[in-house]
Design a protein around this ligand. Structure first.
Ligand SMILES: [Zn+2]
Ligand SMILES: [Zn+2]
Length: 227
């Protein structure tokens, strides 16, 4: 659970719960915003999960890239509503929002083939200062839904610069070597993260899993940037 200041705790007591996306009081995430989210449905790129006109093995986004993961799939498009939801979820660290995220994922995606879930570890500095880790929280909620164990298999080796605002090449360079295997990995792993943007972070974390012994890494995220 997150560390909260006295002010934050008092505000929580005084103010009604507000929707993470639209701010209206009543629910932590309201039905209207939930319904407004765009689900990612086939046809998709078989590899990176990008929406496609018809099923393809590789797409313009991922062809020619060496990707350490076998597949990447997301539940929803990372649009304005999804962005507001993810932002509030990260800021508040509310467990109910992690649960909402897990429900969206489990409703949209098939249960992974991998027998174990892992997660992209939060940045040590940013994650710990806020006291919560969305990717790990999502993995744990999904573990409950899919009845799969969750293992911490990847660790950060250093604090990466913020990915926001960086181009694709810079993103890849930025996360290269940012992850290491935390312990021996089983052959099949489902790697959970909150958002798939360029695939650079998922790819780097999947590489660490591969170095730890994984041969097949399925990436699952709540949201995905769609170009
Ligand atoms: Zn709302
Ligand atoms: Zn692709």
């Amino acid at each position: 659970m997150g560390r909260h200041t006295v002010e934050e705790v008092l505000l929580d007591l005084l103010l009604p719960i507000r929707c993470a996306a639209c701010g209206l009081p009543g629910h932590a995430f309201c039905v209207r915003c939930r319904d407004a989210l765009i689900r990612l449905a086939p046809p998709l790129c078989d590899r990176c999960g990008s929406p496609a006109a018809w099923p393809v093995k590789r797409c313009a986004e991922c062809s020619g890239r060496r990707l350490a993961f076998t597949t990447a799939r997301a539940a929803i498009v990372y649009d304005a509503t999804a962005r507001r939801f993810v932002h509030a979820w990260k800021e508040r660290g509310q467990r109910s929002l992690a649960r909402d995220a897990a429900v969206l994922v489990a409703e949209t995606l098939a249960r992974p083939r991998a027998p174990v879930l892992s997660f992209v570890p939060s940045d040590r500095d940013r994650g710990l200062s806020r006291g919560h880790r969305p990717a790990e929280a999502l993995a744990r909620e999904l573990g409950r839904v899919w009845e799969l164990p969750v293992a911490s298999l990847v660790r950060r080796t250093r604090t990466a610069e913020r990915q926001r605002g960086l181009g694709l090449q810079e993103r890849r360079r930025n996360v290269r070597g940012a992850f290491a295997s935390a312990r021996a990995s089983p052959p099949g792993v489902c790697l959970v993260d909150d958002v798939y943007t360029s695939g650079a972070t998922a790819g780097a974390a999947a590489s660490a899993l591969r170095r730890g012994g994984a041969r097949r890494v399925e990436v699952v995220t709540l949201a995905r940037a769609v170009r």
